[in-house]
Design a protein around this ligand. Sequence first.
Ligand SMILES: CC(C)(COP(=O)(O)OP(=O)(O)OC[C@H]1O[C@@H](n2cnc3c(N)ncnc32)[C@H](O)[C@@H]1OP(=O)(O)O)[C@@H](O)C(=O)NCCC(=O)NCCS
Length: 215
Amino acid sequence: MEPGLRRLYIFGAGGSGREIAWLAGQVLGDAVPIAFIVDDLAYVTAPVNGISVQLVSDVAVQEGDRFVVAVGDAGLRRKASVACIGVGLQPATLVHPRVEMSRFVSLGTGSVLCAGSILTTNIALGEHVHVNVDCTISHDVRIGDFSTLSPGVHVSGHVHIGKDVLIGTGANIINGSATSPLVIEDGAKIAAGACVTSSVAPGALMAGVPAVRKR
Ligand SMILES: CC(C)(COP(=O)(O)OP(=O)(O)OC[C@H]1O[C@@H](n2cnc3c(N)ncnc32)[C@H](O)[C@@H]1OP(=O)(O)O)[C@@H](O)C(=O)NCCC(=O)NCCS
């Protein structure tokens, strides 16, 4: 648990928000209250799973208040992060108690690591990276800001993933090498179930086994 954490705000009260609220409850227990925040009055509803929903602009920020963003799309996650920082909130990092990782893993602020994931060694995650349930990340992997690993993604060793990359459920990324890492460039999308066998260009959409470029 982050020292000094007074209250956790979760941006987004949809499916991802409810899952991250569960994760936060597992990490924080009852000691830290949780609230959902949104940036549009249309999304302000009655409590969701017993958790209040309010506008980010209505948050009266106090010392120790933190946020995470529970939004899948990288661009929207960036926008939400800017809105939260704009009202004075600081990002929290959430790691489920059933995540296994060595001390040679660094996590950027705002990152969320879900239950069942395993990160081995010499791994660096940027800010606001989401690693969903049951992922594995092997040695010498870098993942850039606002990138997302969906459930059950496996990333082999010596892979460099850029910023704003989406990797769909059950995708596999084979290994690069120390002298020639496999690189997935910024903004790429890897379809659910794909097997990526070579480097991926910026913004490309890759699908299939082996993955081929669709766009
Ligand atoms: C990659 C993805 C984002 C593309 O979505 P999109 O932009 O709407 O793309 P389209 O559906 O138009 O598909 C583009 C092409 O890729 C193919 N494609 C899309 N997803 C595919 C998949 N999982 N496997 C194989 N081919 C796939 C389509 O058949 C289409 O091929 P075509 O051009 O030959 O007809 C989406 O398919 C996907 O896999 N999202 C991940 C979902 C996920 O894991 N969510 C987790 C939530 S926790």
